[in-house]
Design a protein around this ligand. Structure first.
Ligand SMILES: [Zn+2]
Length: 416
């Protein structure tokens, strides 16, 4: 069942009444059963680029749109290992076809080794903070994110992840709390910030107990419908979307990254399609900013699970492919691919020509991570950077002044 925005008001009222009364039919909450044939070794879904050359870059003018893709925990060797397995030592992943490359420092305010919350805050708000914090400085001051700045400037915005959508990385772009664990609060803030596209897992943080985790008795799905959002819960509903705003919650917690759930590249394709399409939601002549996260590279690497690390990196690379194909057609979109930190202390050894992963940690490490860029303004991402410089450069390219900055102006707090 799907909840279209533009149906007659009686139907909307009925749906809202059903939600409010807590008598939503049980089947509406049931996700399809996972495909029993789940094999993390199977990477047959991945087909590498036909063209092994770098993409020719687009001239130096300013971008209209920005697509920022973050591979959580994905450092140089995660990319290299996936390359060896999927396209061979001489091949390229899609992200490796991007013409501009650099490296990014990842330390946080209180640790040389960051977590995803402090790293997301750096990549979103342009400030160093302590591990665990979301969108707030070590003293607790909330700082505006590049997504919120874009929102305030009339851009459409989106967040896409394979974790819960209230997890640390997406949270850093549209929430301000002292701890990443406050996913109930973060989910409410994502909606209140009027992010136009929210695709991921984590429905349990949107609905009250006993069905969900909310003890404040708020039903954010009902609130989203009331605010004009469509709400979709599965791949088929996702594929039928023709405009936004939309909340897509495809799992109760993390996504499985297996059928019948939508894959990250499918969510990416739909998100970019909706954000770029002319229409009357949020901004009639759309420019957009979207952050897309391959959330589970990190988790596979924490578990030192080599096959799944490769699989998750390739799933993420297909999302990069979608972004690049759009940007090559559009010609006004800057695509940036980077990571928040390294996970697993991954080294690549070899058995003759076969790569052998050697893991040195079950946690994050403090090395630099890669950055790849393509499109107008991409040359500003060449070389070495601190992670806080990434959103500052995006802000400058999009013509945003006063960034980074604490959230103080009321106009920024009530973004349209
Ligand atoms: Zn991690």
């Amino acid at each position: 069942m799907m909840y279209p925005k533009k149906c007659c008001s009686a139907v909307v009222l009925l749906i809202i009444t059903v939600f409010m009364g807590g008598v939503l039919p049980a089947h509406a909450w049931d996700y399809p059963k996972p495909d029993p044939e789940q094999d993390v070794k199977d990477i047959s879904f991945y087909r590498g680029p036909d063209d092994n050359n770098k993409i020719t870059n687009i001239g130096a003018s300013r971008p209209a749109n920005v697509i920022l893709l973050i591979g959580d925990g994905m450092s140089f060797n995660h990319v290299a290992l996936a390359r060896h397995r999927a396209v061979g030592a001489d091949g390229r992943l899609y992200m490796e076809r991007m013409p501009v490359t650099g490296m990014v420092r990842t330390y946080s305010a209180d640790r040389l080794v960051t977590d995803s919350a402090a790293a997301a805050t750096a990549l979103a708000c342009g400030i160093k903070t302590n591990n665990g914090r979301i969108g707030t400085a070590p003293d607790g001051t909330p700082w505006i994110s590049i997504l919120e700045k874009a929102n305030a400037k009339g851009f459409r915005t989106g967040l896409v992840a394979t974790s819960s959508i209230s997890h640390a990385t997406p949270a850093g772009f549209a929430a301000h709390v002292e701890s990443r664990d406050m996913q109930v609060e973060i989910a409410a803030q994502l909606l209140e910030r009027r992010v136009g596209i929210l695709f991921g897992g984590g429905r349990k943080f949107w609905v009250p107990t006993p069905r969900g985790e909310r003890k404040d008795n708020r039903n954010l799905i009902e609130e989203a419908l009331g605010a004009g959002y469509q709400v979709v819960l599965n791949r088929e509903q996702l594929s039928r979307l023709s405009d936004g705003p939309v909340v897509g919650l495809f799992a109760d917690d993390r996504m499985t990254t297996f059928a019948p759930e939508p894959m990250l590249d499918e969510m990416t394709r739909v998100a970019i399609g909706l954000l770029s399409k002319k229409g009357d939601w949020f901004a009639p002549k759309p420019r957009f900013f979207v952050m897309i996260e391959g959330s589970q590279i990190d988790w596979a690497a924490h578990a030192n699970a080599t096959d799944n690390t490769i699989r998750q990196t390739l799933l993420f690379d297909l999302a990069v492919k979608e972004a690049l194909e759009f940007a090559e057609r559009d010609k006004t979109t800057l695509v940036i691919v980077t990571a928040d930190h390294e996970t697993g202390g991954l080294l690549i050894k070899a058995d003759k020509r076969e790569p052998v992963a050697e893991w040195h940690s079950t946690d994050h490490t403090g090395g630099d991570v890669p950055i790849f860029a393509y499109g107008p303004g991409s040359t500003f991402f060449s070389g070495t950077h601190d992670n806080t410089q990434i959103p500052k450069r995006i802000a400058r390219l999009l013509g945003f002044d006063d960034f980074p900055a604490p959230m103080k102006a009321a106009s920024e707090q009530t973004v349209k």
